[in-house]
Structures are given as C-alpha cells and as structure tokens.
Design a protein around this ligand. Structure first.
Ligand SMILES: [Zn+2]
Ligand SMILES: [Zn+2]
Length: 500
C-alpha cells in the first residue's frame, strides 16, 4: 500500500488553470511544490448537470442515475411538483461509511452534500462553513461535537455569500466578503488541526468552500470582459479571488506541515470556475417560443381556455391570477399539456423533461420512436439558436441522459441536458423558430462552474507523473483502495492507487 493513512483536502470549485497560473508566478508556493512532487491529473464531473451532481458522485462513487441527485430542488417522480432534495434523499451512501464499517477511524469535516452518518467510527461535522449549506445550522456526529467546536472557534463567519453580495456590491462590501472568507479559511484550519489532535485517524477529509463562494462572487472584479466589470472596483480591490486562493494555499501548507511519512495526501477540486455566461435563465422563454411555434400537437382544450381567458375583463384576470398564483409557484399549469417542459437546474446546464406516457401523470409522448424523434427535434431547435453577441451557437451540446448513465434512478433525472457555450455574455439570442429573445441575467453570481477540477496525490514512494483525466466517481474507490478497503461503485480506483 502506498500509505497507511490519508489526509484529503477538498478545495470546492477551485479552478485548475488559475491554480497552475498562480503556482507558476510564485503566489501559491505550497501548491507549486505539490505540482512538482505529486501526481497531478484533471478530475471530470459526470457530464450533464455537473454542478448539481459532482459532490454526490465524489462522496458515493456513483453516477447520478444511481444516487438520483442533480439539483437542490428536484421534480418529484410521478408529479409535476418540486421538493428540496436533501442528502438523506440520496440513493447511495458515502464511502466513509464503508471505511467506518471496515474498522477505519475517519474524521469528515464540511464535505458538501454529505448525509449525516450514524453509528460511525469517527467524527463528522456538517455545514459549519459551506457554500449553499443543506441546513442553516451546523450539525455533527456525535451531536455534542458541534457545540464544542462553535464554543471554541465560533460560528461560520460568512453565511450565505449570495446574501452578502446582494446586500451590497461596492468595494467595502466585497472587501468585507473577501476578509470573511479568508477568516473562515484560517478558522477551518484550526478546527481541522483540533480534530486531528483528538485521535489517531486513518482518514481525515476536510473541504474548504471559500474558493466556491469567491468564484461565484468575485469573477466580475477580475475579468475586464465581464459585463459587470468595473475598473474602479478592480483598482480598489485588486483580485479578491486570488487573495482567497493564496489563503487556501497557506492553509494547505499548514495542514501538510509535519505530516508523518506514513500518511498520503490527496488535494482536489470538484469543478472549475469561469465567467457566468449561462443561459439557463432564458430556457423557459425559449421553450415557450418553441411551443408557440409548434402548434400542431397542442391540445385544443388549452387553446380554447386561452381564448376564454383573454376574453375575460382585466379585473377578473387579475383576480384569477392572484387565486392561481400559490398553485403556479409549484406547478406550471401549462406543463401537463405540453410534450416537454423545462425543469429547475444548475446554471452550468439547462434541463428539459419529456412529458412521457406512463411516467408523468399526464404523459403524452410515447416511449421509443416518438420520444427519440422529439429529443432529436428539440436538440435541433436548440442548436439553431445563436447568441447575437458573437454570432456563435448559444448551445454547445445537448446531452441525452440515457446516453450518459445507467442506473435505477435514471427516470428521476432530466431527459435532456443543455450545455451552454459559455464564451460570451448572453443578452440577445435568435433563431428562425424563436425570433429574438432579449433579457439580461440577474442575480449576484458573476462566476459559474466549469466541468473539470483536478486531483493531486502524494504518498510514500509515489512519483510525480501527469495522469490522464479521472472521473469524479473514481475518487471514493481510490481513497478506499489506498486504505486497503474495497468499495463497490460506478467509478473505479484511479490507476494511481491500484498500480502500487
Ligand atoms: Zn456553485
Ligand atoms: Zn458561497
């Protein structure tokens, strides 16, 4: 075995290209040393809904068609309603429970999307300081640990980065957010060191969320091409994203200092980050226009109801809307009368569900040829849309979920995933079928995810080769294999570990 014990450090959505650039210019000395001495490869999230699936696939080693998670609010199978998708709804268990059952002592700190593990041979802290936490309070196993941690180190100094960014976006507000992120990094190092000192661990895994928050909130400060860029802001703040990465590099340095020769290290990032040029916010409008254009399959009842609605006096329509609005929040009233509809999804990828007979309550598209032809027609219509900013296609590719994955929860996932061509801002789009749609992206997040993270490994007797890209699903079996435990998953141990 390459190492008897392991320290695993996750840097949530830390971008590999930025890390390498800043390692080269001397800003990230610890990362530079790891790149020089360790094995490095890219880590690829399951295609499709990358940002919504990456962490769950990392934790379980399974594809979305097995764990069933693609977003934090999901369509409930057999209905047209949404419900929050919580970690306890995941249909696969995290790898550290397997390690615990095999008698390994494990400490898990702030791993995103992790369910609470019970009867556990070790310690677990959940959501002390995460981006988009599942609950707005920290939990732990054993339950008393979180009080001990918060009494000693305080609560998460950041909270929701979106709320902070929405509340104020001037130099002082963004500097305050940067300072809180740096403070959270330093505090988490102290928490991890405190936990490490509590026992003799076979595995310690800790995740820093700060690169995730900084990537979403600070991208516009550093990128002159971003529509939200403001030169005065950039002059006042410098590059706060880089400041956060520098603080993370220092944190990694402190955590790996004085590691004994028996302990291996994995430092990784689940995803990358770049400018937020998503068009998920436009997908509903696009699909409405496509439906309006394809009148042939629309139910005559819907047309009749629409005609009647428009004939009502304005006051009655306003009253009607207020009566219907609580219902509309969860159920798009037009959904069941359509062949397909958009569903809530991540910014990095739009999602479409086919109104499939036998699966949806008012399904109207038959499985087989009709389904295939509809998927093909939707893909064609979407690929024809042009971003008028560049003249390039708006859509990079349309992926059919059943081409990507196999597993018992396949039917819970979107049918089609629309990967955006994120090269330029999206403000005006056009195609023959939808005409021109003009709308601006709203919301505080100027940065958004890219599908590739990285994985760096260092251990006794290990070389410093460059590795071919591994899947995010390979990480859990790789960690287990390092510790001599077999873990059944969709992924497999990366050749790094198995070659030893
Ligand atoms: Zn994110
Ligand atoms: Zn955040």
């Amino acid at each position: 075995m390459p190492a008897a014990k392991l320290l695993v450090i996750g840097l949530d959505s830390a971008d590999k290209d930025l890390m390498i650039e800043w390692a080269r210019d001397g800003s990230l000395p610890h990362f530079a040393r790891l790149l020089e001495n360790g094995r490095y490869g890219e880590m690829v999230a399951p295609p499709g809904q990358c940002a919504g699936t990456a962490w769950v696939s990392i934790n379980t080693g399974c594809s979305p068609a097995r764990h069933g998670c693609y977003f934090d609010s999901q369509l409930q199978p057999g209905t047209y309603n949404y419900a929050k998708f919580l970690p306890q709804n995941q249909q696969a268990r995290p790898f550290w429970e397997r390690l615990s059952k095999a008698g390994k002592r494990v400490a898990i700190v702030d791993v995103p999307k992790a369910p609470a593990s019970e009867n556990f041979n070790g310690l677990q802290i959940l959501d002390w300081g995460n981006h988009d936490p599942e609950y707005d309070y920290a939990r732990s196993c054993p339950p008393s640990l979180v009080q001990e941690i918060e009494a000693r180190f305080g609560k998460d100094p950041v909270g929701s980065c979106d709320l902070l960014a929405r509340a104020g976006s001037g130099p002082a507000d963004l500097a305050a957010l940067r300072d809180r992120l740096v403070e959270r990094i330093k505090t988490k190092v102290r928490i991890v060191q405190y936990i490490r000192a509590k026992g003799s661990w076979d595995l310690v895994m800790a995740v820093f969320a700060d690169s995730h928050c900084a990537g979403h909130q600070f991208w516009r400060v550093r990128d002159p091409n971003h529509p939200g860029y403001d030169a005065d802001l950039a002059r006042a703040l410098g590059d706060p994203l880089k400041d956060v990465y520098v603080a993370l590099d220092t944190a990694v340095g402190e955590l790996i200092a004085n590691m004994d020769s028996n302990t291996g290290l994995i430092a990784f990032s689940d995803l990358g980050i770049g400018p937020n040029y998503s068009a998920t916010f436009l997908l509903r409008d696009i699909v409405r226009k496509l439906h309006a254009n394809a009148r042939n399959r629309r139910s005559p009842h819907v047309d009749a109801l629409r005609w009647l609605w428009r004939k009502l006096p304005r006051s009655a329509r306003i009253r009607g809307r207020s009566i219907l609005s609580p219902v509309k929040r969860d159920i798009d009233l037009e959904t069941k009368d359509r062949d397909y509809f958009t569903i809530r999804s991540n910014d990095d990828c739009g999602a479409i569900r086919i109104n499939l007979e036998g699966r949806e309550p008012a399904g109207r598209v038959r499985a087989g040829r009709e389904y295939d032809e509809l998927c093909e027609a939707i893909s064609r219509d979407l690929r024809e849309i042009v971003n008028l900013e560049t003249g390039e296609p708006l859509v990079k590719e349309v992926l059919r979920t059943d081409d990507l994955f196999e597993g018992p929860r396949l039917a819970d996932l979107p049918d089609l995933n629309i990967v955006w061509n994120q090269k330029a801002p999206v403000r005006r789009v056009h195609s023959r079928k939808i005409g021109v749609i003009e709308r601006r992206h709203e919301g505080p997040r100027s940065g958004d995810h890219r599908s590739r993270g990285f994985c760096l490994m260092q251990g006794p007797g290990m070389g410093n080769e460059r590795l071919p890209p591994m899947s995010a699903m390979d990480l859990a079996p790789t960690i287990c294999s390092w510790l001599g435990v077999e873990f059944e998953a969709d992924g497999s141990p990366s050749l790094t570990a198995s070659r030893h």
